[in-house]
Design a protein around this ligand. Structure first.
Ligand SMILES: Cc1cc2nc3c(=O)[nH]c(=O)nc-3n(C[C@H](O)[C@H](O)[C@H](O)COP(=O)(O)OP(=O)(O)OC[C@H]3O[C@@H](n4cnc5c(N)ncnc54)[C@H](O)[C@@H]3O)c2cc1C
Length: 502
């Protein structure tokens, strides 16, 4: 049992929602207060059009399978991401089965995942990647083709008007998904709200937090509606504030947070406004990042299913910004530079000048250049069928490095106080898809004794049947878990209808 069950979650995105539900399922008696600076939940990165909604399972993202210098393909990251996504799927299936969430189609749909490349070198890369992955049960069912006719069957819009004299290839996985993380987050908070001991405070910004002599945390909170300041004592604090987590981590002054900085990257999409085009495409098609581009700017053409409506987006076009949140301040970046992270920030900045130039180049892109990028995917695209929209913000992690002084990272990291009384989530990739595995990692670090207890172990196995076991090493368990979770989430293949079923 948690000794001091007084918990505060800062930020109302998918991460706090997931942690809140996990904690309440494990320990129904805990009291949880959630503080969100905006006037509703899930309005930053977790909202549907602020992210790409890809259920990242490494079925299509080429940056998870880098090529080694000897030419072989490293699929270790792809295995990790795939297993993590299947942990999320199990947890969501558990919530549906227990009737804690309603219709799965409100937040998850089957949408095939594809990788698409052109040119002899990239075709060879994709073939090798496919050869390596097809033998692994996690990626079972993946198909590969260089035949333009097959490619046109899989993605007619992408093949129409394309020069097929050049080498082209694609992989196709029917098991891909589109996830409306905004809807999922709202559903999770709706469930949480109805439980005893849970309060969600909207329009409340956490401005500061200090460690008290007793070991608990004193939070300074502004009620933005009334302008009143509030003070609150908490035994455990989660900084699930997305881009706002870094400034709060700095204010907490926990030793493990020393030296961390952030590099903000903004994003834009082209969103299709022509229903006929939207109807012609049914997949998430990921390409290869151009040289010098960061992994999160891999171009992709995505079918989306949002609020029962089919959509189509292309992007992202990355850019440099000084804000840490979409609704943040232009001073966020400058204010986060402190004596403790000046060296890592400067070192990382100097090592990443090509990235900065790339991002500035993206910001300065004209609409003609954006159309050229879109035509790499849809050769006959017309700008009149698309409108530009602003996506969510990502803050990439900068941290100390003994050799280089500082490094820039593209992953996600949990930073915990030594006594487990505070945890911060930094970074944004692979992101929401792996939220359950990330939050289980947090529980291990911050509540190690409770996690080992028989009561938590029983409940963890109930929520995530594969808990503690490797799906990569156990094909039978993988098959059983996949059939069960896909069945409960209504993701079985039943012909064309599955995508649009409500
Ligand atoms: C362009 C883009 C594309 C992406 N594509 C994908 C994808 O395809 N698949 C995928 O799995 N992931 C994707 N991601 C990543 C995913 O969106 C994020 O990992 C996830 O949404 C982060 O959730 P969060 O709860 O940590 O943060 P958020 O959803 O950003 O929530 C943080 C909340 O904290 C609040 N807050 C901040 N500061 C304070 C404060 N001081 N006091 C109170 N409240 C505060 C904010 O207002 C916000 O509501 C993408 C992200 C971006 C930006």
């Amino acid at each position: 049992m948690i000794a001091n069950p007084n918990i505060v979650l800062i930020g109302a995105g998918i991460m706090s929602a997931t942690l809140g539900v996990l904690l309440k399922e494990l320990e129904p008696g805990v009291s949880i207060q959630i503080f969100e600076t905006l006037d509703d939940v899930a309005l930053e990165s977790s909202d549907a059009w602020n992210n790409a909604g890809t259920g990242h399972a490494a079925l299509c993202e080429l940056n998870y399978t880098p090529q080694r210098s000897d030419g072989s393909i490293d699929i270790s990251k792809a295995i990790k991401v795939n297993e993590s996504f299947k942990i999320s799927m199990q947890f969501w299936a558990y919530l549906i089965e227990q009737k804690l969430l309603d219709l799965p189609s409100e937040f998850i749909r089957r949408v095939p995942h594809m990788s698409f490349v052109s040119g002899a070198k990239d075709v060879e890369f994709l073939r090798k990647r496919y050869e390596k992955m097809k033998g692994m049960h996690l990626f079972e069912g993946m198909e590969f083709s260089e035949d333009p006719k097959k490619l046109a069957e899989w993605m007619p819009l992408v093949m129409e008007g394309r020069d097929v004299s050049q080498p082209l290839a694609a992989t196709y996985s029917e098991d891909g998904t589109d996830v409306n993380f905004g809807s999922l987050t709202r559903n999770l908070f709706n469930y949480l709200k109805g439980l005893g001991g849970v309060t969600i405070h909207l329009n409340h910004e956490v401005r500061n937090l200090t460690r008290k002599a007793s070991g608990s945390w004193m939070l300074e909170i502004t009620d933005k509606a009334s302008g009143r300041e509030r003070y609150l004592d908490a035994n455990f604090v989660f900084l699930g504030a997305g881009g706002g987590a870094l400034p709060l981590l700095q204010k907490s002054r926990i030793p493990k947070g020393d030296g961390y900085g952030g590099f903000p990257v903004s994003g834009q999409w082209l969103r299709c406004t022509n229903p006929e085009l939207i109807e012609q495409h049914q997949a998430k098609v990921y390409g290869k990042a151009s040289v010098g581009a960061p992994p999160m700017s891999v171009p992709h053409l995505d079918t989306r299913m949002i609020d029962g409506e089919k959509g189509l987006l292309f992007g992202p076009f990355a850019g440099f910004t000084t804000k840490y949140l979409k609704n943040g301040s232009i001073f966020d970046f400058a204010l986060s530079i402190q004596p403790g992270n000046l060296l890592p920030m400067t070192a990382a900045g100097l090592q990443n000048i090509p990235l900065t130039s790339y991002l500035i180049g993206q910001v300065l892109q004209s609409s003609t250049e954006r159309l050229d990028a879109l035509r790499e995917f849809i050769p006959k695209a017309r700008m009149g069928d698309w409108k530009l929209e602003t996506a969510g913000q990502r803050v990439q992690i900068i941290k100390k490095d003994p050799k280089k002084g500082g490094i820039l990272e593209f992953g996600t990291e949990i930073i915990c106080a030594d006594d487990g009384s505070l945890a911060a989530l930094l970074g944004a990739s692979p992101g929401a898809s792996t939220s359950v595995a990330i939050m289980l990692g947090l529980l291990n670090e911050c509540f190690p004794d409770e996690v080992k207890s028989p009561a938590w172990q029983t409940q963890l196995h109930q929520m995530i049947p594969s808990y503690g076991k490797s799906l990569a090493k156990d094909p039978n368990l993988h098959k059983e878990i996949t059939e069960w979770s896909q069945g409960v989430l209504k993701l079985e293949v039943v012909g064309e209808e599955s995508l649009l079923r409500t």
